[in-house]
Design a protein around this ligand. Structure first.
Ligand code: CUK
Ligand code: CUA
Length: 656
């Protein structure tokens, strides 16, 4: 590993040199005879107003044509509902992965299979058109990213998505029916046994009604442990379960690793159980929820909870097995630890024992010691219980120490050298500090209002260091104006030296990313096409409606309508004429016969909202009712060949 890094460093230095030399060469071409390259670079720097720091940053990020990035960054797309894939250090956008929101380029939400994915996570009869993606999480093996899957939550509709990293496509969306929105998710256990989802706003479990006057008695939070079947690549609700939590506002969570494997940790705010009611003359939620000096971290022994579930000590709500608070207390699997003022992030350090919590209204990061928490629970050393009978551990005995970082610390990431990086929201800064001595080492400004940050594999067992992305909420003055709705600003920081250095600004104009995870590029093994021809991209199995050779292309009239078995290959669609009667149900089964890299075809029918993306070897199925008579051209939407414009045909809908 070290060797590889050295080699990479050497390659990088060579690249820096090569870029420098190339720059010199090109400068010299136009320059006067005898003028040195460095003089020309100086002139360029003056002309563009660049400092030496700028040029160094450029050399560290510039990625010439054909060269690839060292890392992938997978960022949540916030209320854009999609995931954004970015190459690091170039900060080039590689893909938007459609997840909770239909996306026409990928045909996502337009063919039957992907429409079914979105609908499967929608409440019955209420198809959802968007989601609010917050926290992506890679699948893990032994607490390190394995590059097979990535999960993400939809805070608005309490949904989880499964994305397969073979083809960068969403394969499943689930909704539990237990909770009404989620925030503490997704987090995976060290071998992806479970994907964890936690509610934010308390509500009666199972989606039933109770007035707010019964908030303390009837409203509840919950943490759901979704069982992941890695072979099938699916979350299995029947094998999943949840643990009921008090009506505090559960916030971020993290799964233990190493020494703390088998445990999970979840922050909360609003232990005051405020409900707002401004019209009723009560304080707003923001102030009602900020009265207590301490809120609570929930500590859950999920390995033991699993046994409680197996022993049948659960109640079933919305088809999910739920451990009640009483059972959790009786079984000793749930405890609370006080946390200073309105905590937000909870992050388990690579050593598995340090738990870093930052309070939005506190200036410190607090480092809890898992071993202390565990022995306090084992010896039943409590400072009291909360109104629901949950034991509260003594704060001072549970922590290893605190480090003063600044105003509004939020989230923490780790590197490969024992350093921590915490986002400081109110100061718009990143703080670097030593985990061993709890000392602040460096602070650098970012622009502006940083939320999450993401270091290379920075929440895994073996972080990679080197790069960090500051995910800034506000861009303010960084870019050319685009009207009142500004992009977010991702800033790339070099964290390989003693001092952090901002290298690059990247505007992100699609939703509001919250968290992102960065993975070594060599861990991602994508397929180049669907093979053999006729694959269903959702099941990754041969599609029963595939048309694997052009000879089999045909139109069949069946009891349920007209079935068109279509093939696409450069540069024609077969059949290229489809004749139906007004009112016919039409089913198109389109197969790409291509097996060439990047030879994607699209398929659309004008005026019928039919739009597919048919990558090499893929099958798409779409059904619609031909309810308007007329002549409707159809065509391939991807410029696939010189005769792409001729890749077209007619749908003729005869009037009755
Ligand atoms: S939350 Cu957005 S800044 Cu949803 Cu992870 Cu902290
Ligand atoms: Cu196929 Cu254009």
């Amino acid at each position: 590993m070290k060797r590889l890094r050295l080699l990479r460093r050497a390659a990088f230095m060579f690249l820096v040199l090569a870029v420098g030399l190339a720059a010199l060469a090109s400068c010299n071409k136009g320059g006067k005879a005898g003028v040195t390259g460095s003089a020309d670079i100086k002139a360029l720097m003056v002309a563009r107003g660049l400092t030496e720091d700028d040029v160094t940053a450029a050399l560290k990020t510039y990625t010439p044509t054909g060269k690839k990035d060292e890392f992938y960054l997978f960022a949540s797309g916030g209320h854009g509902g999609n995931m954004i894939v970015i190459g690091v250090p170039s900060m080039r956008i590689l893909k938007y992965i459609a997840v909770f929101t239909p996306e026409p380029w990928q045909g996502y939400g337009f063919d039957q299979e992907t429409r079914d994915i979105i609908d499967a996570g929608s409440p019955p009869g209420h198809p959802l058109g968007w989601g609010d993606m917050h926290h992506p999480a890679f699948s893990e093996t032994n607490a390190d990213y394995d590059g097979q899957f990535i999960f993400a939550n939809d805070k608005a509709n309490a949904r989880l998505a499964v994305i397969d990293l073979r083809d960068f496509a969403c394969k499943q969306i689930v909704q539990s029916g237990l909770i009404q929105n989620d925030h503490g998710g997704t987090f995976v256990t060290p071998n992806t046994e479970y994907v964890i989802e936690t509610s934010q706003m308390a509500a009666p479990l199972g989606g039933t009604y109770a007035p707010l006057s019964e908030y303390n008695e009837k409203y509840r939070g919950a943490q759901i442990y979704w069982k992941f079947d890695r072979v099938k690549g699916r979350l299995i609700k029947e094998e999943s379960w949840a643990i009921e939590l008090p009506p505090y506002m559960q916030d971020l969570a993290d799964a233990g690793k190493g020494a703390s494997d088998g445990w999970s940790f979840c922050n909360s705010v609003n232990t005051e159980r405020a409900i707002g009611d401004l019209q009723g003359g009560k304080p707003a939620l923001e102030s009602g929820a900020s009265q207590n000096d301490m809120d609570f971290m929930h500590v859950i022994n999920w390995r033991k909870a699993e046994q409680v579930v197996a022993a049948g000590k659960t109640k079933t709500i919305a088809g999910l097995r739920v451990i009640s608070i009483e059972t959790a207390v009786a079984e000793g699997i749930l405890a609370l630890v006080p946390e200073p003022k309105s905590p937000h992030g909870v992050d388990i350090a690579p050593n598995g024992t340090d738990i870093v919590v930052s309070g939005k209204l506190d200036t410190h990061a607090t480092v809890y010691d898992f071993n202390k928490i565990k022995s306090l629970m084992e010896s039943k050393t409590y400072a009291g219980t909360d109104p629901y009978g949950i034991p509260i551990l003594p704060f001072r005995d549970a922590i290893r120490g605190q480090v003063e970082l600044g105003l509004g610390p939020l989230h923490t990431q780790f590197d490969d050298k024992g350093f921590c990086y915490t986002s400081i929201f109110l100061e718009s800064k990143v703080a670097k500090w030593s985990l061993a001595d709890l000392t602040l080492l460096d602070k650098t400004s970012v622009h502006y209002n940083i939320g999450h940050l993401s270091a290379a594999e920075g929440d895994a067992l073996h972080p990679k260091g080197q790069y960090l992305i500051a995910m800034n909420k506000w861009a303010i003055d960084r870019f050319n104006g685009v009207g009142p709705l500004l992009p977010q600003n991702f800033q790339l920081l070099d964290i390989s030296g003693d001092k952090m250095k901002v290298l690059y600004d990247m505007p992100l104009p699609l939703g509001e990313p919250h968290y992102a995870q960065m993975i070594s590029a060599d861990k991602i093994k994508t397929i180049e096409m669907y093979s053999p021809v006729g694959m269903n991209p959702v099941t990754m199995q041969p599609d029963p409606n595939a048309t694997t050779t052009e000879e089999k292309a045909r139109i069949e009239r069946k009891a349920d309508g007209v079935h068109v078995y279509m093939t696409l290959v450069r540069s024609h669609l077969n059949p290229d004429i489809i004749e139906v009667k007004k009112g016919d149900r039409v089913h198109i089964h389109a197969t790409s016969l291509e097996q060439a890299l990047d030879a994607t075809h699209g398929f659309c029918i004008d005026m019928y909202n039919v739009n597919l993306s048919i990558e090499p070897g893929k099958v798409c199925n779409v059904s619609f009712t031909a309810d308007r008579a007329g002549v409707f051209p159809y065509y391939c939407t991807e410029f696939c060949s010189a005769l792409h414009l001729e890749m077209a045909g007619y749908l003729l809908v005869k009037p009755d």
